[in-house]
Design a protein around this ligand. Sequence first.
Ligand SMILES: *Cc1c(COP(=O)(O)O)cnc(C)c1O
Length: 495
Amino acid sequence: MHYISTRDKSAQVSSAGAIAMGLSREGGLFVPAALPVLPKNAIEELAGMSYPQRAVYIMRPFLSDYSVGEIADFAARAYGPSAFDDPNIAPVRELREGVSVLELWHGPTCAFKDMALQILPRLVTSAMAKYGAGKQVCVLTATSGDTGKAALEGFAGVEGTKVAVFYPEQGVSEIQRLQMVTQRGGNAGVFALRGNFDDAQSAVKAIFSDESLRQELSARGWILSSANSINWGRLLPQIVYYFSAYCDLLAARRIVPGERVNFCVPTGNFGDILAGWYAKRMGLPVGRLICASNSNNVLTDFINSGVYDRNRPLRKTISPSMDILVSSNLERLIFDLTGDHRETAGYMRELAERGRYEVRGGIKSRIAREFWADFCGDGETMDVIGRVHRDFGYLMDPHTAVACGVFEKYAAATGDGTYTVVLSTASPYKFCGSVLTALCHRPRDGGVELIGELERVSGTRAPASIAALATAVLRFTGSFDKSELRCVVRDFISD
Ligand SMILES: *Cc1c(COP(=O)(O)O)cnc(C)c1O
């Protein structure tokens, strides 16, 4: 299978090329030239498999220049008991009749980013060996909180790599910050940037399109790559858990073979939900994909009106991993629906120049048929956390609660009784302060000192890696301006 850029017809690369490069030269994103459609009995076959086996089955057709043995080895090591604290890797728990939660946070950093970032480094280093002519890879990642730590963990100690993470100084939770600044390992760098996540993301994007820096680094034996969800290697592993959840629902007899399932996804960069879209295109019986946003509701407006407009202030919310105004992966959906490089590039140019674009009518109505969107403000989100805990004895983090709240709105607005899976993207312990505030109805602010209290109030246990933060050593302090990024990257690589 080969990959093409969303913006340039002539840009074609192999799967290893797409994964090694991350982003196409002209700024487009790599997508498969054609999506594999799974055989009719695929679900039956997948149902009998473990999670790593399911991952191999789904990912294999996309990775034609990797051997099956390689993929199987990567999957077995990525989704094994040393990294995940649940034997099902991505367990499905029924909340009430007709609604389940898919828990994607049993990996080392307690957020769904691990689902992709535990395997991405293996895909990248192997791609470098195939394609990179002996070069070493430096991964640069802008993070709104969870990607950064997941990338640091995924690449920790991986030979021939360095990983630098840039987070908005004021934009992440205290636990998220601690997870990053205590990272161990010689190949890691963690940098606080002054500004918000969009500033960090655009600064990192600018580094990628800096041709002179690229050449200088290349001459010194380094290639830049990305762990953001613009990398195809980030997206691909996420398709797996949609299939896996469906198989688990079948096994538990909550649905019957062929029955359609809705997925409700807390959305920021549009990566997670896009993986669900691809799963549907590959043949998974998916009904509606429900796109849940926080009060940075650019996607809600887009799905409901066809107008993408980022000209609004970025709001800081209690679901910081979704505090995003430019959802990079939407470009892949638009390309998939238009099939037109020039049209996609045109919209992206308008977005860059005017911060706004409007898709044509046909695309708008297709999106409205396949997706449904709404958002929850912080107050509603808190309310959902408290209510779900009280009514169902289930503790959820603010991102998951946004999705849960939007699902309630969907059910009320449409009356649709289709079985629904709400994607749960983080452990509630990553957001102790907000979750405790929701449960106790009085403002709580802080990090590690609240872990014990949340355990007592909720009757649950904190994941071991989060409990360990209380005694971890801080390694990365200080903050930088985005104008310094170029120098920071140079110095980091020379180090
Ligand atoms: C990254 C993240 C999201 C948003 O996922 P996207 O793929 O960016 O849409 C939601 N919740 C949590 C906890 C996250 O870390």
